[in-house]
Design a protein around this ligand. Sequence first.
Ligand SMILES: CSC[C@H]1O[C@H](OP(=O)(O)O)[C@H](O)[C@@H]1O
Ligand code: ADE
Length: 290
Amino acid sequence: MAQASIGIIGGSGVYDIAGLEHKRWEKVESSFGAPSDELLFGELNGVKLAFLPRHGRGHKIPPSEINFRANIDVLKRVGVSDVISVSAVGSLREHLPPGTFVIVDQFIDRTFAREKSFFGTGLVAHVSMAHPVCKRLGDHIEVAAREAGISAMRGGTYLVMEGPQFSSLAESELYRSWGCDVIGMTNMPEAKLAREAELCYATVAMVTDYDCWHPNHDDVTVEQIIKVLLANADKAKSLVKHVVPHIGADAKACECGCRSALQYALITAPEARDAAMKKKLQAIAGRVLK
Ligand SMILES: CSC[C@H]1O[C@H](OP(=O)(O)O)[C@H](O)[C@@H]1O
Ligand SMILES: Nc1ncnc2[nH]cnc12
């Protein structure tokens, strides 16, 4: 099986990575079912990466049906330690117009119809989500964006809704009153599962619309989102090209804590742990399940 150190999860409009060397799609099996698609392996400046289109090639899978557990599990299985999520979002703020890139640092999870943990009955774990993204990865993205001439706002709260329908005006206003900056349907439970898998995770959110709250802008439509995404595609690709060598060259030990998230998270007594669960969780939690 091919190996990679960096994982890129591409959202709406991002179904491929241009300019990859030694490019090939490969199927990777997970103990949590089928991931969204095969992984696209390749190299950028000698750094090995694995790309996964979150909705599958051709955008066949809606947000609530994405097998987030399998997606994170396959990335972990091929050796990935750093994951960058590239996602389309609506803006909940006047100062974040369509075309803006936001390096998200907080989430509010309003999803309710998804598997949110690798753990469960027979093997219980509680990881911290106080700081849900990796600051070190955020730093690399910020530097890469500057190099690529892309203006990216550092920090912002992403409200994750269940979807697939867009928000009502009352919901949009409620999220604004909560201090949220952008809205989307996919980064949870993805970020929670990446934390359980001890992967560093960061999100580049690309604003495509003003949702439905802005009095001077039309309510969001898929047509409008695609139009902005197409205009932003080159920026997104350029950002990926610039950030991968930075992360690849970052050999120093990660001090963010993402990679030791499970150290004190398991609460089920060793003798009470379910054997089948332990087997299923080997790739994700083998480090602490010896
Ligand atoms: C196509 S518009 C709505 C869709 O786009 C975003 O997905 P992703 O984060 O994968 O780019 C949003 O969350 C919705 O799933
Ligand atoms: N306004 C919006 N709401 C939810 N998800 C989105 N993705 C892009 N724009 C969105």
